[in-house]
Write a protein that binds this ligand. Structure first.
Ligand code: ADP
Ligand code: MG
Length: 298
């Protein structure tokens, strides 16, 4: 065929299940020397499930009551953790109140008004500052237990007071370890994990796939700052992510790659390439395709 090599590579990448948005994007995929991977929805399947419900004794809530309250607040969020919460409420056929005044803070959680109460659902690190309150310290205790068991803990606050903690379980993608190994070989250094989740859950998961450099508890702008710092050192960074919280890092990277199936609209719009087949192993495959095309171009 007489098709230019980069266009042929785009077509080829498409057959692998990766949509490169332009010839420039296709070329950049092969230029990267540093890879930063998001955790939830990228290294993991992104279909987490609620595994534990822990209402605090003073809250007066049952397991179902806690879940229904959290689901009401999460109703309009597209975050994988929000889908876990609303999905669990649906499975239990709970009545979920209509919430108003929904607001979401990427990397932190959500808030909404439910039955006249302000309900916040989200990151323990952000919502449980070092208060000496009894409810606060009980909640922190539950969070620690759940995180030690490898869960992502999500706290629920009603009018500023913790009322319970949810333990959420997520599975590693089956091709995560093989992808990390392939990317390590292609770039000469292991990928780095960038996550908004807690340090313990992140370290545990990283160890399973062969990642040692873990940056946890990051807000969206922290992820982008890490990428910009590497770029200033002359590195060419690929970011692979799925969430609204990854959009600034995807934009800052030499090449941003979004996971398409569960990916947020903002991540898909910001990325240079989209993994539409939902297999992480397609990422090293298209890096190879890009490099092969470049050899034909030059
Ligand atoms: P990751 O970087 O691993 O994809 P995020 O940055 O999306 O994680 O989220 C970081 C943390 O913020 C989560 O572990 C959770 O504690 C909290 N969080 C963010 N969005 C939500 C939400 N919609 N519901 C509950 N918790 C949330
Ligand atoms: Mg994510």
């Amino acid at each position: 065929s007489t098709m230019p090599p980069l266009l042929a590579a785009i077509a080829n990448a498409g057959r692998h299940g990766v949509l490169a948005k332009s010839a420039v994007a296709m070329e950049r995929l092969g230029q990267v020397d540093t890879v930063a991977l998001d955790k939830t929805g990228t290294l993991t399947e992104g279909t987490p499930r609620v595994a534990e419900l822990r209402p605090l004794p003073d809250s007066g809530l049952t397991d179902d009551g806690l879940l229904a309250l959290a689901a009401a607040a999460e109703h309009r969020s597209e975050h994988p953790l929000a889908r876990a919460v609303t999905g669990a409420a649906r499975e239990r056929r709970l009545t979920v109140a209509d919430a108003t005044g929904f607001a979401s803070a990427p990397g932190r959680g959500v808030s909404a008004t439910v039955d006249g109460h302000t309900v916040q659902v989200g990151s323990p690190a952000r919502l449980l500052p070092a208060g000496a309150d009894r409810a606060d310290s009980r909640a922190r205790h539950l969070v620690r237990d759940l995180e030690d068991a490898g869960r992502t803990a999500v706290v629920v606050l009603r009018d500023g007071v913790p009322v319970g903690v949810l333990g959420i379980a997520d599975r590693l993608r089956p091709d995560a370890a093989a992808t990390v190994a392939a990317l390590t070989e292609l770039t000469g250094r292991p990928p780095v994990l960038l996550t908004g989740d807690n340090e313990r859950a992140a370290q545990r998961l990283a160890a399973e796939v062969g990642i040692t450099d873990v940056r946890a508890g990051l807000l969206p702008q922290d992820k982008a700052a890490a990428v910009r710092a590497w770029e200033r050192q002359g590195r060419r960074v690929m970011v692979v992510g799925d969430g609204v919280n990854d959009a600034p890092a995807l934009a800052a990277a030499h090449c941003g790659v979004a996971m398409g199936r569960a990916g947020s609209d903002l991540a898909l719009e910001t990325a240079d390439a989209v993994v539409v087949r939902d297999e992480l192993a397609t990422v090293p495959a298209v890096v190879r395709l890009s490099r092969a095309a470049r050899r034909l171009v030059v």
